[in-house]
Design a protein around this ligand. Structure first.
Ligand SMILES: [Zn+2]
Length: 61
C-alpha cells in the first residue's frame, strides 16, 4: 500500500504592479486580464504559517 500523500504546492497569488489586480494562478499571466498590459506581477501570496498558505499577505501588496 502506498500511503504517501503528495501535497499540492499552494497556488500563489499574483498582483499586477500597474492596476493592483490580484489573481491566483500557478504562473503569472503574460497580460493582465484587468488592465491588459504586460506588466510585472508580484507574488503576494502569504507564505507565513499563520496564513496557512491560503491567503494574500497584506504586507506584500
Ligand atoms: Zn493590471
Amino acid at each position: 500500500m502506498d500511503n504517501t500523500f503528495t501535497a499540492a504546492p499552494p497556488v500563489p497569488y499574483w498582483k499586477c504592479s500597474a492596476c493592483g489586480y490580484v489573481l491566483q494562478a500557478p504562473e503569472p499571466p503574460e497580460r493582465c486580464p484587468s488592465c491588459n498590459r504586460t506588466c510585472e506581477f508580484r507574488d503576494v501570496s502569504c507564505y507565513a504559517p499563520e496564513c496557512n498558505f491560503k491567503g494574500i499577505d497584506p504586507r506584500l501588496g
